[in-house]
Design a protein around this ligand. Structure first.
Ligand code: WTA
Length: 653
């Protein structure tokens, strides 16, 4: 389970897990696998640049590159002067093959509607969508914000944006209008694409209303394009600003010539949480990103032409970008897209979808697996899951217990599990098994993907051969982030200042005697709630934003399902009273400011917080209190008596 870690004094990190079971790929899986032996690791290691350029050649380029890599730390350029288009690679190139008539998306709405789109359908729709964007004045380099439910139009909007060379910024539909506003303003987006609404747990989420709320304070937004997803939804449309997609679609041509993009032109930005301040817009460019996601999609999921792939993420997260939109579509995969919750109307919705469509590869998050475990295996047992050939996990460390349950009750002990470690910043999967090759250890993401170089470091930058420390990446890779939108300094500071020439991931990791990597969770002030990243600072700012709050400190605490949950220590201003009412008000305020994922599970009202003599809050001690652990080193504390009273308060909760 994710646990915030503390570095012991010697600069290493203590490892939490001892797990010795080994699962080898079955003969039946291995015999059909794309990769069956270790050669690929050796070949890639012998010449990483050539390995990646061989992968890049599998994409369609208008113009080949004249140099594979230019690396001026921390700025990388891949496939220099090559020209390509991401939407062309996901759609147009399939029109020349049998994939033209292959199903691209099988979509199920939460209420149960089904839509099936072939690659040709998706191609036509995306062309029209791209022309609609042009008709609204969007041009190459412009930013488009996308705030959508999980419907095929979300993918079309992204591909259409890529087609005309605009830069999309997808904002998760569960985020609040405030969060949407901040992202739109940081990106300077001129168009917002949304829908009248979507379904979640039997309720309508009125995305257009939320959008209206957000854009009140977004001076750069010129138009809102609204996709109709619901039937009788009463949607307010502002004349001149708001447009129904289905109206504009009737007025445009069928074909839109894809823009020839430079390999290093920006494909998208995606906001994610960091240790300080507001979320940062992670920049991904076209050639390197497409190379990374297309390659990993194929090899990590051992793609076969008849696969039915299902990634349960939302397109609002990087997993949805890389393994619902760009990775699967560049590979011409048939996939499932599901709009709603796993427990709607009952707790077997996922298993019923797998059975109904014969899903072969299933990719989800540990937090979901832990929930399934808690609900019990009688739910998957009601369904025939024998179509499954491979299972995947992403978003946080998977605890061995959940791994074993997944393996047994979902995979019938027949399916390899790929535990894939990566980040918004890395663009694609970087540490992962290759399912036909790698022996699996439950809880370990195993080894770096071919062409990727990762090491475990002590605080002082020395490499640890065996043991726990911090995970760093020691050579550039094609789909690495190219920066933070509008903040080059922060990019250098955040990722490249810990050790010279090494990318700091923010994660703790252990390497064992076999060279296997065990990810141990974040070591910075980022917390991972149900696989979604949040900065403790963001939640603290949201709390302090409330008129009654003087100060707050937020820490991650262990949670059976979410992995980590939020505990907030709050000091109220004079004249405000702690209690159930205030508890509710503050939780609601955080939801309003950020979104439901940031709702604190616990609020502890206090008169004081443990601080160093220089005034820095000692979150480490708060975590000890919240986890009921013995308190660590308190010698730097200004006033140690605070701790006792806090501990008592916490236990009362
Ligand atoms: C965590 C999600 C352990 C890690 C793709 C990372 C994981 C953060 C794993 C990135 C995994 C992701 N095992 N931890 N298989 N996958 N993480 O940017 O802490 O939303 O730094 O990207 O999730 O979260 P992000």
């Amino acid at each position: 389970m994710t646990k915030p870690l503390e570095a012991p004094q010697d600069g290493t990190v203590s490892a939490l897990l001892e797990e010795n079971r080994i699962f080898k790929p079955s003969d039946s899986f291995r015999s059909k696998a794309l990769l069956q032996d270790e050669r690929i690791y050796k070949e890639a290691e012998a010449n990483r640049e050539n390995f990646w350029s061989d992968q890049a050649k599998k994409l369609d380029w208008y113009q080949p590159w004249d140099k594979i890599l230019e690396w001026k730390t921390p700025f990388a350029k891949w496939f220099l002067n090559g020209k390509l288009n991401a939407s062309y690679n996901c759609l147009d190139r399939h029109m020349k093959t049998d994939r033209k008539n292959k199903t691209a998306i099988i979509w199920e709405g939460e209420p149960g509607e089904v839509r099936k789109l072939t690659y040709e359908d998706l191609y036509h729709e995306t062309n029209k969508f791209a022309n609609v964007l042009k008709s609204l004045g969007v041009r190459k380099g412009d930013r488009i914000a996308i705030y959508m439910p999980m419907i095929p139009e979300a993918a079309m909007a992204m591909l259409a944006s890529a087609r005309i060379g605009a830069i999309h910024t997808v904002v998760f539909g569960g985020f609040s209008p405030e969060s949407l506003k901040d992202r739109i303003n940081d990106a300077g987006a001129k168009l917002l694409i949304t829908a009248d609404g979507g379904w979640r747990r039997g309720k309508i989420i009125g995305l257009k209303d939320l959008s209206d709320e957000a854009v009140k304070a977004c001076p750069t937004i010129e138009n809102i394009l609204v996709v109709k997803r619901l039937e009788d939804q009463d949607t307010q449309m502002k004349d001149g600003r708001d447009h129904w997609y289905h109206d504009l679609k009737e007025k445009v041509a069928d074909y839109c010539e894809p823009e020839q993009m430079d390999s290093e032109d920006i494909l998208f930005t995606l906001y994610t949480s960091g240790t300080t301040g507001k979320p940062k817009g992670i920049i991904h460019t076209t050639g390197g990103y497409m190379t990374g996601v297309t390659t990993t999609m194929k090899l990590v999921f051992d793609l076969q032409e008849d696969d039915v792939f299902w990634c349960t993420a939302d397109v609002g997260w990087v997993t949805g970008h890389s393994y619902i939109v760009y990775g699967p579509m560049a590979n011409g995969v048939t996939q499932i897209m599901y709009e709603g919750a796993p427990d709607w109307p009952k707790r077997d919705r996922f298993w019923s979808i797998i059975e109904k469509y014969g899903v072969t590869k299933f990719y989800t998050a540990p937090t979901a697996i832990r929930a399934f475990m808690k609900w019990g295996h009688q739910w998957p047992q009601k369904h025939d899951l024998s179509s499954l050939r491979l299972l995947g996990s992403v978003g946080e460390p998977i605890n061995p217990e959940a791994w074993i349950w997944y393996h047994k009750h979902i995979g019938s002990e027949q399916c390899p599990i790929v535990d894939t470690w990566w980040q918004t910043e890395t663009g694609c999967i970087l540490i992962t098994p290759l399912p036909g090759i790698t022996d699996l250890k439950p809880g370990s993401a195993t080894r770096p993907f071919p062409g990727i170089e990762a090491k475990v470091f002590k605080e002082d930058g020395t490499v640890i051969k065996e043991g726990g420390g911090y995970l760093g990446l020691t050579s550039p890779w094609p789909s690495m982030l190219r920066g933070i939108w509008g903040d080059e300094e922060r990019y250098k500071q955040q990722y490249w200042s810990k050790w010279p020439n090494i990318y700091f991931t923010g994660d703790g990791a252990k390497i064992d005697a076999d060279g296997y990597y065990w990810l141990l969770g974040r070591v910075d002030d980022v917390i991972n709630i149900a696989g979604h990243r949040l900065g403790t600072m963001e939640v603290e700012s949201a709390l302090v934003d409330h008129t009654s709050v003087a100060e707050s400190a937020v820490v991650g605490i262990s949670d059976e399902i979410k992995g980590t949950a939020i505990a907030a220590f709050v000091i109220l201003k004079d004249g405000h009273t702690a209690g159930d009412e205030m508890d509710k008000t503050l939780k609601q305020h955080v939801v309003k400011k950020i979104g439901a994922i940031a709702r604190p599970s616990k609020i502890i009202f206090t008169e004081d917080l443990p601080k160093t003599r220089s005034g820095k809050i000692m979150r480490r001690l708060l975590r000890d209190i919240a986890e009921g652990r013995a308190l660590g080193d308190v010698t730097t504390l200004a006033d140690a008596s605070i701790l006792e009273s806090l501990k008592e308060k916490y236990q009362e909760e």
